[in-house]
Ligand binder design. Sequence first.
Ligand code: PLP
Length: 360
Amino acid sequence: MTRIFNFSAGPAVLPEPVLRQAAEEMLDWHGAGMSVMEMSHRGKEFIAIAEAAEADLRELLGIPADYRVLFLQGGATLQFAMVPINLLGGRKRADYVNTGEWSKKAIKEAKNFAEVNVAATAEDANFTYVPEQSAWKLDPQAAYVHICSNETIGGVEFHWVPDTGAVPLVADMSSDILSRPVDVTKFGLIYAGAQKNIGPAGLTIVIVRDDLLGRAPKGTAGMLDYKVHADAQSMSNTPPTYAIYIAGLVFKWLKAAGGLAAIAEKNRAKAKLLYDLLDASAFFRSPVRNCDRSLMNVPFTLRDERLDEAFLKGAKERGMVQLKGHRSVGGMRASIYNAMPIEGVRCLVDYMKEFEAKHG
Ligand SMILES: *Cc1c(COP(=O)(O)O)cnc(C)c1O
């Protein structure tokens, strides 16, 4: 068996020990005589799995008692709608900061429900930076302020938390949740699709402050109402059981690795290897402003795009895949989530140096 280095933006690499444990437990979970996939979501075995996953996530992120953790489906994309449906609470307007492709999608969906005020946008520089808060034009009547903490496609990340006063801050953390410690109390709501840095596709995690529940308008479908899910401990219908189980194993893996401060240090070291090379190179280039560079998704371009295909082919021959940049940006993108070992990044950096020496 050969494991390759998978730089996919999502679904993405998972920790090998997690996959091994899942394989071992595939046919018989802890003597239950069945796979987790075959268990009733209301049985005591699965309830224990879901409760442990929530407890471990709470411990990792330091989630306070007045926040609820919801295990939902529908991806981060459904949250683009559920956030306005649930948080407008009778108000009409919401603030959005536009830092790239995922912000744009969130804004587009929110416009179905709210008057969107784009409080700041980085469109003037092709979404290569995070606008300083001093330049934001927040609406005091806004029901909430929405940001995307890490633009998976553009490789732009917030390395600071905006101060929105009494207005709840909402963050799409799909691609940087669990990559570093976060002060959850600064947010009203955090959401993340699992398939970047948590686990398999199919699970979406929402962390929401209690007082923001119960604001959905009368007539809202139950499946779109946070309060319905919160009241039912995310079991108002069948949750994505296997994805929750794998996410739970990832949480245990993170705890064993020393928690989020420890993983953040590893993530900084991995990203530094790549950015140092990009900064020193006359051949490869990062389009993103230094202070806003993502530690999770690193887009870069080659000096001559006609070499892109050769670069990707050589990478594949060396056991590195999914380095092609998003179609909207071009070039390359290396996603180096928690589960990407530093050896994978070293392998990429060595290959880039070799490629530059040959073609530069
Ligand atoms: C991947 C991604 C999404 C969309 O997630 P889905 O699970 O496909 O709905 C939204 N926001 C960000 C930041 C993402 O990286």
